[in-house]
Unconditional design. Structure first.
Ligand code: FES
Ligand code: FES
Length: 161
């Protein structure tokens, strides 16, 4: 068996030190080593988007990144975004608009939507659809998700100074 390698990173603002096998991807590391199971694993080859997390502020598919590649990085998962309150309004909009059913896609959908809302204060529905197009949902038909993201954008814009 290949020797485990030491890594040190920040996860949701907390320092993490661990030894991991070089073949372990970031999604499995978060779920199995750190028990952060809000990061879901669907296709495991970069298609469904369920494993989306933020690494150094950018969204990435954590099934396509090795845990050792996240050494020295700052990783944020849905647990971190939820606990900080950063996406509380977006989560409320998802609930109010029935933008989730089984919930499997939801953590990654929220992270991806927040990524768009941080870049664009007034995204149109086409842009919302385009930005979320790498995140698959098998339940909702997407309409309610787009509604929730659009409503959140409008509410944030109306609150902006
Ligand atoms: S599990 Fe990573 S993209 Fe599907
Ligand atoms: S709510 Fe079930 S996959 Fe999206």
């Amino acid at each position: 068996m290949t020797a485990a390698l030491p890594i040190s990173l920040r996860v949701n603002g907390e320092p993490v030190e661990a030894f991991v096998q070089p073949r372990v991807n970031l999604a499995d590391f978060l779920r199995e080593h750190l028990k952060l199971t809000g990061t879901h694993v669907g296709c495991e080859h970069g298609v469904c988007g369920a494993c989306t997390v933020r690494v150094n502020g950018e969204i990435v598919r954590s099934c396509l990144m090795l845990a050792v590649q996240a050494g020295d990085a700052s990783v944020e998962t849905i647990e971190g975004l939820s606990d900080s309150g950063e996406i509380a309004d977006l989560q409320s909009a998802f609930r109010e608009r029935n933008a989730l059913q089984c919930g499997f896609c939801t953590p990654a959908m929220l992270i991806t939507a927040q990524d768009l809302l941080k870049r664009e204060s007034e995204p149109g529905r086409d842009l919302i659809r385009e930005h979320l197009s790498g995140n698959y949902c098998r339940c909702t038909g997407y309409q309610a998700i787009v509604d929730a993201v659009e409503a959140t954008a409008k509410a944030r814009k109306s609150r902006a100074p």
